[in-house]
Design a protein around this ligand. Structure first.
Ligand SMILES: Nc1ncnc2c1ncn2[C@@H]1O[C@H](COP(=O)(O)OP(=O)(O)OP(=O)(O)O)[C@@H](O)[C@H]1O
Ligand SMILES: [Mg+2]
Length: 617
């Protein structure tokens, strides 16, 4: 790993890209959203946005081929005029052929360079389109899809579409040269020209057969590539679980099975290819035989020069490549169609949570939060919230208590509109969240999720994630309020310590504290802490609470809580059960009036004690 990284760093140092702006530029064109159109027509706007480079490539390729196609004719002339009739010196032809070859080579270079440039620009655009689309998709989408599927669509599928979009036209241009070659052949000898082209329709018929046979296999290959990617992705991300259950062998077996299925489809693909390719290739030989027989007879009868046979053979060999490529194009087309289908499947999912037309900007919220008769379920799942109502007054701190899976995190996710309610409404300062711009809404609500996710970056960058321009003093202040400053200073590199992927090099409680600091730095008027201190012990929680007590002043705060100490921070407690708020009051009131509240707290207490004991053992 480290040698690979070192090599990559060395390569990067040697090839510093120039003229690259570190800024996202939207692709100039988009995929046509009309689903009725064929995949190619839908992709056309992207190809057309690069028509300059693509047309240059095609024009140069055409020019190069036009030069090449002269050569067999010149060979014919050399044999007839220089060797047989001695009317033109041989050097005339040799210089011409040499000059033409050089010019054709130069044209070939330019066309290839421009073709590849187009190819990678199209790939770049497709990837950006896909990624930009993904950034617009809502939580519900990510609940459904597997990241391995997305990764494979962003890699191998985009590559196969790109190949077809750029190489397709190039191959068609080289096939167009067949027409020119045919005209040349006609000027030499009409019957022989038709005889030499006799095999071409058969090549075409074979490609059609091949196309039918290959299509399902190409689909299979792409789908199975994605399966393998999903398994690898889950095994790398879930390596800690796999290892702790000593399930490596079982996972290897799962992977081997998927890899085996992939290998099978590749072999099937190769099998079909192996059947058709020799057929297509040997058709050329048959063409050559026909030329020798028919042409030979014409020469014997004095109707044709020997040079013509040479020219015709050269033409046939020259035509072999484009028509073989045409066969390849058919295959590429099948694979590209399958891949495009898979890419469009993602792109055609309309983001469900977007700014409404004429959405308002919430500038600085007063912190009035209201859930009005909210009903909600995830997708087609069971009802999680059932006409739930809750009001947080500006500046108030409310603790939300409830049994596990009662919907506490769900309420936290509805405030910043991670999901939309099915019925009822979530109101901030009296505005329905669906009528506010997402950006302004989310900048006013700081949420510390129950699963703190950190990036593989320095602690400083992680805390400053929401405000990259924050000064170190501000970052440290946020960390102090979150009770994180102390342990961060004890790390060898302090705030410059790079945390491992997802923050795995830190303890759960340390990760939580960094996540809290990250949100506090934003200084949002509304703060939602979803079990944000579940992984820290009571003493550390006390420090966090001291920090929070100061910060929560003048701020509306919703705390999902299990512990009495956390509840102690709140002005008011609400109890969530079966999707509704069933009790609302101070801790003391609820202790007295609501047996369920006493029970939930006792259960939480017991669970906590148990987990402490397990941890201590
Ligand atoms: N992303 C999701 N997709 C589908 N169902 C979900 C999703 N998240 C939660 N649920 C379901 O919604 C219900 C409420 O879950 P929620 O996470 O809100 O509970 P909670 O009160 O926060 O529980 P806990 O105290 O264990 O954190 C559960 O039955 C859960 O299975
Ligand atoms: Mg939860």
């Amino acid at each position: 790993m480290s040698t690979v990284t070192a090599a990559a760093t060395a390569a990067e140092e040697r090839f510093v890209p120039t003229g690259l702006a570190a800024r996202y530029r939207r692709p100039r064109a988009w995929i046509d959203p009309d689903r009725e159109k064929s995949w190619l027509r839908r992709a056309l706007p992207i190809v057309l946005s690069h028509k300059g480079t693509l047309l240059t490539a095609l024009a140069m390729s055409f020019a190069g081929l036009m030069l090449q196609v002269q050569i067999p004719n010149l060979l014919n002339g050399a044999i007839t005029n220089s060797l047989q009739r001695h009317t033109v010196p041989l050097s005339h032809y040799t210089w011409l052929v040499l000059g033409l070859s050089l010019a054709a080579g130069a044209a070939g270079y330019v066309s290839r360079l421009f073709l590849m440039r187009t190819a990678f620009k199209i790939e770049f655009d497709l990837r950006n389109i896909l990624y930009e689309h993904l950034t617009r998709m809502e939580f519900g989408f990510y609940d459904r899809v597997q990241s391995g599927q997305l990764i494979s669509r962003a890699n191998s599928d985009i590559r196969s579409v790109q190949m077809y979009l750029t190489f397709g036209p190039a191959i068609l241009v080289s096939c167009a040269i067949a027409v020119v070659a045919f005209i040349y052949m006609l000027t030499i000898d009409v019957p022989l020209a038709f005889v030499s082209m006799a095999t071409i329709p058969i090549v075409f018929a074979l490609s059609v057969r091949m196309r039918r046979a290959m299509f399902p296999v190409s689909w299979l290959i792409q789908a199975r590539l994605a399966d393998v990617a999903t398994i690898v992705d889950e095994n790398i991300n879930g390596v800690r679980v796999v290892k702790s259950f000593a399930a490596e062998q079982r996972e290897l077996t799962t992977l081997a099975k998927a890899a085996d299925r992939l290998a099978w489809s590749y072999v099937k693909d190769a099998d079909l290819r192996a059947k058709f390719t020799p057929l297509v290739q040997n058709l050329t030989q048959i063409g050559l035989v026909l030329i020798v027989i028919v042409g030979g007879l014409l020469v014997v009868h004095g109707q044709l020069g020997v040079g013509a046979i040479l020219a015709f053979s050269a033409y046939i060999v020259m035509l072999q490549a484009p028509f073989q490529m045409l066969g390849m194009l058919v295959m590429m087309g099948q694979r590209a169609a399958a891949s495009a289908g898979r890419i469009y499947e993602v792109l055609d999912e309309r983001p469900a949570i977007v700014d409404a037309p004429g959405a308002l900007d919430l500038v600085r919220s007063d912190g009035d939060v209201r859930l009005e008769d909210v009903s909600f379920s995830y997708g087609d799942g069971p009802l999680v919230l059932d006409r739930c109502s809750l009001h947080l007054r500006p500046g108030e701190t409310v603790a939300m208590v409830g049994r596990t899976a009662s919907g506490k995190s769900t309420v936290s996710r509805l405030l910043p509109r991670f999901y939309d309610v099915d019925e009822g409404a979530v109101l901030i300062d009296g505005h329905d969240v669906r009528k506010l711009t997402l950006h302004s809404l989310r900048s006013q609500i700081g949420v510390v999720l129950d699963e703190p996710f950190l990036f593989s970056a320095t602690i400083r960058d992680n805390i400053a994630y929401g405000r990259p321009d924050a000064t170190l003093a501000e970052i440290e202040a946020a960390a102090r309020a979150a009770g994180a400053d102390e342990f961060i200073r004890e790390l060898t590199k302090g705030y410059d310590t790079v945390v491992g992927e997802r923050g795995y090099t830190l303890s759960g409680g340390q990760r939580q504290r960094i996540a809290i600091a990250r949100t506090l730095l934003l200084n949002p008027p509304i703060l939602v802490l979803d079990d944000a201190t579940s992984a820290v012990d009571v003493q550390v929680e006390q420090t966090i609470h001291e920090g929070l007590r100061i910060l929560m002043q003048g701020r509306t705060t919703l705390i999902v809580a299990h512990r009495l100490s956390t509840i102690g921070l709140a002005d008011r407690v609400v109890l969530l059960d079966r999707g509704r708020i069933v009790a609302d009051g101070t801790h003391a009131e609820l202790m007295e009036t609501t047996p369920l509240y006493v029970e939930v707290l006792a259960q939480a207490e017991a669970a906590e004690r148990e987990s402490r004991e397990t941890a201590g053992r």
